[in-house]
Design a protein around this ligand. Structure first.
Ligand code: ADP
Ligand code: ZN
Ligand code: ZN
Length: 848
């Protein structure tokens, strides 16, 4: 058949609709990103003359022996390679996959955070979407309308095109993967291209198997006339009709105790249609009673009116004390948008608080609410993601990475608890801050951004109230420092709902407790309060600050501390119950070992744990208050899917008196029965060697305190500390955000720390301790020749060795109002070589 194959390749054949000239003139090139592990750079391809490509389109390109998905990045007039080495783009698979402003957002993130674009794209897309997608070819409507005979006698088609067509026609769905066609037909590229041009086939990208939509058989009622039904068949039709004319196949069988053959008969008679229907694996939640908008108080109403009046981009700081009703403002700001066909994006710091918040949104907006975060399964993420692309007006609630949710018609972005540091990604790159990305996105989509908090970050405070440090109050202020001179609004909710008071905060000096003979970890005041909980039928929260070091094991004889053999941190003590093995675990690398009986250094038997993790506290509670029912709420007990919800529901139902936990229970919990909040030891928070320690401590303690007294019964807060005179403790006691802010801002300004000066942190690590230190020094020297910023370090990281890697860092401090910029970052990357890895952390939040 193919006598002329080789010759055909060399012949210049005028294709229909093309001229000879076009082939000579049309030398255009494009740089693409190829989604293939290891291939991180840009690759150049030639564009065939008839192909129109816009940056952001998804292409398929030949790559080695493979056919891969690629993303068009930029058009080139002249190639940067010898022209004969350049291969041709095979096809455009999807046009406008990234709307232009979304594309621009990804580019901004890549530039600002010094990250290859493909890595930003990987954060934005559900896992594996591009990498494992498959290119498929299928017959178009047009070719299916022609009869088989007509097409196969069309002799203007080249032999490969004819063969492909015939193959596709043997398939009921008219559809094969490109790879399969390639095995069966020679010159597949040409053949497919020819058919594409004639509109006889189309090419599409099929999502990988794991994330393929889940299909399930559904039954739809299409005819209710009773022509020739048996009694049994009539029953089934009746069930279907009463259920709204549509049911899952399996469900219908179950309800009617019928066999599938009876349904098949009904389908043949034309009463019903049985077809595969997609089920969205969205997170299931219990059905909630419908909730009505509440009548707003004056401050809420004012805030809502301002947000509603905004046209286009603006940044709003909603500063509402704990329990002031911020969430109600969000809900009422979103409602009218949905009616206008727009969507809203709500970002929250952690999954820990999403169940409660999500429930409130679902109770208001029903199934228009989607949840998107990294703890979803791949399938769930993929489905939620595709659901967003439909453009249906909806509310997406998610954590950090949801800032990239591809909602086409965005009307509002909200960051709840905007001060929270989990909006920042420390590693891997891009080390983005969701708040920064949200600002860009709101600007690009021309919609308002609402930042809500009881304890706004100093960044937001300063950017919305430029003169705020002087204490001047201004409701609306033009912020002239940004290019677009976007307006900013400061909105305050200074009171709790129903004018409930903030709970009084009692500070207990633990030094005095010890002096007066109390050796318990609970002060007498806290003991009394805990003792009264059950009597008063009230509930309490005990907050424990925890970082790796809080539960270390050491020898009381010689001082030896049990450390991880791979990381420079002490091992944390774990003991779940009587009789269970006592384990020591590394929170950095997960190394686990048993608790030795004797000190490895001096062999004494006095090897005991120190500190006060949640476990230790619950054990202590069981000893001192055996009648109290406690729930432990920390990263260990909430590891399983749905555990957050289960534990919080148990607590809300009154199945326990006390919730004992770490940071994750400080955020956004609204439990009206909680009257007591105890902070076991505030000191762990205060003494971190980080310029943000005070800000973070103030925020955390204020948020924890804010969980008390949100219902009808008055609340109280007890804070135990060894340094009661600390300015943070004082500000928490008096609920005085503004004074705290002012004092803190003055210090930051003096030292040029954010939000005035800006920072970039270079994190270096290597298996080789000397090499990483040397390279850190070389980089610092290299950077030294560039004025424009101050260099701090190089210094070993707070925890110098993690998982056998030695870590050094260099902190660059830029003068106020200057964008943090590394002039020669590619050189720096090159200086690192193969054995030292570098993370560029722009606007770092965790410097330790
Ligand atoms: P915040 O998010 O500011 O801490 P919430 O939005 O959780 O506060 O509100 C605290 C409580 O007050 C919630 O139970 C909420 O339903 C209720 N609430 C909010 N606004 C109103 C209102 N206008 N009238 C009555 N109750 C309200
Ligand atoms: Zn010892
Ligand atoms: Zn370790």
């Amino acid at each position: 058949m193919y006598i002329n194959d080789l010759n055909l390749q060399n012949l210049v054949v005028a294709e229909p609709g093309e001229s000879y000239q076009a082939q000579n003139l049309g030398n255009r090139y494009i740089e693409v990103l190829v989604d293939c592990p290891g291939a991180t750079g840009l690759f150049t391809y030639r564009l065939p003359p008839q192909l129109e490509v816009t940056p952001g389109d998804i292409l398929t390109v030949p790559f080695g022996a493979q056919q891969l998905g690629a993303i068009a990045i930029r058009l080139l007039a002249t190639p940067n390679l010898a022209a004969d080495k350049i291969r041709e783009v095979e096809d455009v698979v999807s046009v406008g996959f990234f709307p232009s402003h979304y594309w621009e957002l990804l580019n901004r993130v890549a530039t600002y955070y010094y990250t290859p674009l493909i890595q930003v794209i990987r954060v934005a897309l559900p896992p594996g979407l591009l990498g494992r997608s498959q290119r498929r070819i299928k017959l178009t409507q047009l070719s299916q309308e022609q009869t088989t005979t007509k097409l196969s006698t069309v002799n203007f088609l080249s032999p490969p095109a004819q063969q492909i067509l015939q193959l596709l026609q043997t398939q009921p769905s008219g559809d094969y993967s490109f790879a399969y066609l390639q095995q069966k037909v020679k010159f597949t590229y040409r053949g497919v291209r020819e058919l594409l041009r004639l509109g006889l086939v189309e090419s599409y990208l099929e999502a990988p198997r794991l994330t393929r939509p889940k299909l399930q058989k559904a039954v739809t009622l299409i005819d209710v006339s009773d022509r020739d039904l048996t009694q049994r068949q009539r029953e089934i039709i009746e069930v279907l009709r009463r259920r709204g004319g549509e049911l899952w196949h399996s469900e219908l069988l179950q309800i009617c105790s019928a066999s599938s053959s009876i349904l098949k008969t009904l389908a043949q008679k034309g009463y019903i249609v049985i077809e595969e229907r997609e089920i969205l694996r969205a997170e299931q939640s219990p059905t909630l009673p419908q909730d009505q908008p509440k009548t707003l108080n004056a401050a809420q109403a004012n805030a809502l009116a301002t947000i509603n009046s905004i046209n286009g981009f603006a940044q709003v700081l909603l500063h509402g004390i704990t329990g002031s009703g911020k969430t109600e403002v969000y809900l009422q700001a979103i409602a009218p948008l949905l009616h206008q066909g727009k969507s809203a994006l709500v970002l929250v710091p952690e999954i820990g608080l999403t169940p409660q918040l999500t429930d409130r949104f679902r109770a208001r907006f029903g199934n228009k609410v989607a949840v998107y975060h990294s703890a979803l399964s791949e399938g769930e993420r993929y489905d939620t993601w595709r659901q967003m692309l439909t453009g249906e007006p909806q509310v997406v609630i998610g954590t950090r990475s949801a800032i990239f949710a591809p909602l086409p018609n965005l009307g509002l972005i909200i960051l709840d608890e905007e001060h929270d540091s989990s909006f920042k990604q420390d590693s891997p790159i891009p080390t983005y801050h969701a708040r920064t990305v949200a600002q860009w996105r709101a600007e690009l989509e021309n919609c308002p951004l609402v930042l809500g908090s009881a304890t706004p970050s100093l960044e937001s405070w300063v950017s919305v109230r430029r003169q705020g440090a002087g204490g001047r109050r201004q409701e609306v202020e033009e912020n002239s420092s940004t290019q677009h001179s976007a307006s900013t609004h400061y909105l305050s909710l200074p009171e709790r709902i129903n004018s409930r008071p903030l709970p009084p905060v009692e500070v207990v000096d633990m030094r005095l407790e010890l002096q007066q003979g109390n050796r318990s970890i609970f002060s007498r005041s806290l003991q009394a309060a805990l003792g009264q909980l059950q009597e008063k039928k009230q509930q309490g929260i005990l907050f424990i600050h925890r970082r790796g070091h809080s539960t270390f094991v050491s020898c009381r004889n010689c001082g030896y501390v049990m450390e991880c053999p791979h990381c420079d941190v002490s091992l944390a003590y774990h003991h779940t119950e009587e009789g269970a093995p006592q384990l020591l675990q590394c929170h950095y690398c997960n190394y686990v070992r048993s608790h030795p009986k004797f000190c490895p250094d001096c062999s004494s038997p006095y090897l005991k744990f120190f500190g006060s993790g949640t476990q230790r506290i619950t054990q202590e509670l069981a000893k001192e208050f055996p009648q109290l029912r406690c729930i432990r709420f920390d990263s260990d007990t909430t590891r399983n899917k749905g555990a957050h919800r289960t534990l919080l529901t148990q607590f809300a139902n009154g199945e326990a008196d006390l919730l004992v936990g770490t940071q994750m229970l400080t955020k956004g919990l609204d439990l009206p029965q909680v009257t007591l909040v105890g902070v076991v030891a505030a000191d762990g928070l205060l003494h971190l060697s980080d310029y943000r320690a005070s800000e973070r401590a103030f925020q955390t303690l204020t948020q924890v305190a804010g969980r008390a007294g949100r219902g009808d019964d008055a609340g109280r807060v007890i804070v135990q500390t060894y340094t009661p005179e600390h300015q943070v403790i004082e500000a928490v006691r008096t609920h005085d955000y503004e004074s705290f802010c002012q004092a803190e801002l003055e210090q930051r300004q003096d030292l040029d720390y954010p939000p005035y000066g800006r920072l970039i942190l270079l994190r270096l690590s290597s298996l080789d301790p000397l090499q990483v230190q040397n390279i850190a020094q070389i980089i610092a020297t290299h950077l030294g020749s560039n004025a424009g910023f101050e260099i701090l370090g190089p210094a070993p990281a707070g925890v110098m060795r993690v998982a056998n890697r030695y870590r050094w860092q260099i902190l660059l401090k830029f003068s106020p109002d200057e964008l943090p910029q590394l002039p020669n970052w590619e050189e720096i990357r090159d200086l690192c070589g193969d054995r030292v890895s570098l993370t560029i952390d722009v606007d770092p939040v965790n410097i330790l």
